[in-house]
Design a protein around this ligand. Structure first.
Ligand code: NDP
Length: 376
């Protein structure tokens, strides 16, 4: 165990250019748009990764307290389809990793596109620098995605075994882990990715079980037949339209940025944000505005980011999740057991409108209308 006050770091980025504008305005304590978009973009591009927030100690159920910090890499995911921008973002992620190592933390989570960029560019991130180990956090994300989906199915009085599940982004790291775990546990799996050959090779390697598995080039032909949708595509912005799905479908959107356009108020399937984990206690974050903006509660965070504090509590400073396609059902069960032992649970279903069920509402938030929108 490293001898420093912080045990872990989280490396990430905000989910859109608009969010960066909001973020810098918060820092400057103004709502004025004094910088033009072009000026702000070049400012963000020039920013080296920096430690944006301190996360004060949180104690797990087994009595172990851990403390961390958040490092932002300052890139706009919506611009990543430009190759030179992607290279710039990749250089920033590397610098972010070096910064985390210099801070001397034992374990680091690589959130959102900070882990994906390495795989896309075939330049994987280091698993360890000096005494610091790096994890993508995707195994805990898989656990939270699956457990959250099961809980939604149960809350709606349905049975997972009878469901037809569509996975968008099935060959990805999270998608392949979820597929392997669900194979044999559901009636049918419809898998979608754009690289059809890779998708077929992936399916060929899956063990045969009672689950019928089919590959699809896009979602249009099968959307209306899905009971459950697990959306884990690395889309750069919200590309999928919920209105093509059955109104009774359950959509678990794990993407960051989100895969789905926000649902219209008039009916349609229910969308909840998947892969989210609830920590063992409210972590005080300084400055706090970022948590208040991004999450329904102070103890809720993406599974990928939650993996570092969990591994730190368990004193397992190791690259538990690495590369792409290495997540097995056994690893998902292992991280799930570890999470439960240290007091982590799956975050109650929520979306931008807040929690979906009033019983999940923390008493302290009861009066705040934005947290009480039962959309079911
Ligand atoms: P990967 O890069 O490993 O996989 C992405 C998958 O999406 C691939 O199968 C890719 O295949 C597919 N894909 C991309 N675009 C499309 C499309 N238009 N239609 C269908 N499939 C598509 O990503 P990860 O598994 O690491 O991450 C997935 C998402 O989850 C990202 O948005 C990431 O930021 C987010 N995330 C969320 C977390 C959370 O806790 N909620 C934690 C970590 C990540 P192909 O290219 O062949 O289409």
């Amino acid at each position: 165990m490293n001898n420093c006050s912080r045990n872990y770091a989280l490396i990430g980025h905000l989910d859109s250019f608009a969010r960066y504008r909001w973020f810098f305005n918060q820092l400057r304590e103004t709502d004025k748009e004094s910088l033009s978009d072009t000026e702000l973009r070049s400012y963000i591009n020039a920013m080296p990764p920096s430690r944006v927030a301190e996360i004060y100690p949180v104690e797990g159920s087994l009595g172990r307290s851990v403390r961390g910090c958040y490092i932002d890499c300052y890139f706009d995911p919506e611009s990543l389809n430009d190759l030179s921008y992607m290279r710039l973002a990749l250089r920033k992620v590397k610098k972010g990793c070096e910064l985390a190592a210099r801070l001397g933390v034992g374990i680091v989570s690589l959130g959102g596109f900070t882990s994906i960029l390495g795989e896309l560019s075939r330049e994987s991130h280091p698993l360890v620098i000096d005494q610091t180990a790096f994890t993508t956090g995707n195994t805990l994300t898989c656990y939270a995605t699956l457990q959250g989906t099961i809980e939604m199915v149960e809350r709606r009085g349905r049975n997972l075994e009878e469901e037809r599940v569509l996975i968008i982004g099935a060959t990805g790291d999270i998608g392949s882990g979820c597929t392997r775990w669900l194979n044999g546990r559901v009636r049918r799996l419809d898998l979608v990715a754009r690289d059809f050959n890779r998708l077929e090779r992936f399916i060929d390697d899956l063990p045969s079980t009672k689950t019928l598995i089919k590959a699809h080039r896009d979602i249009n032909s099968i959307a209306s037949q899905a009971d459950i949708v697990i959306a884990v595509a690395n889309t750069l912005s919200n590309v999928f339209d919920p209105s093509i799905f059955d109104p009774q479908a359950i959509i678990c959107d794990v993407g960051y940025p989100k895969n789905f356009k926000t649902r219209s108020k008039s009916g349609g399937p229910i969308i909840f944000y998947g892969g989210m984990i609830k920590g063992p206690g409210e972590g005080k974050v300084e400055p706090s505005f970022l948590m208040n903006e991004l999450y329904p509660d102070l103890d809720v965070i993406q599974g990928c980011l939650g993996e570092a504090p969990l591994l730190a509590m368990a004193d397992r400073m190791e690259p538990f999740s690495y590369g792409r396609g290495n997540i097995t059902p056994e690893k998902i069960d292992e991280i799930g057991a570890l999470a439960r032992a240290h007091g982590f649970s799956v975050a109650p279903p929520h979306n931008d409108n807040g929690y979906l069920y009033p019983e999940d509402l923390p008493i302290s938030k009861m009066k705040e209308e934005r947290f009480y929108t039962n959309t079911i």
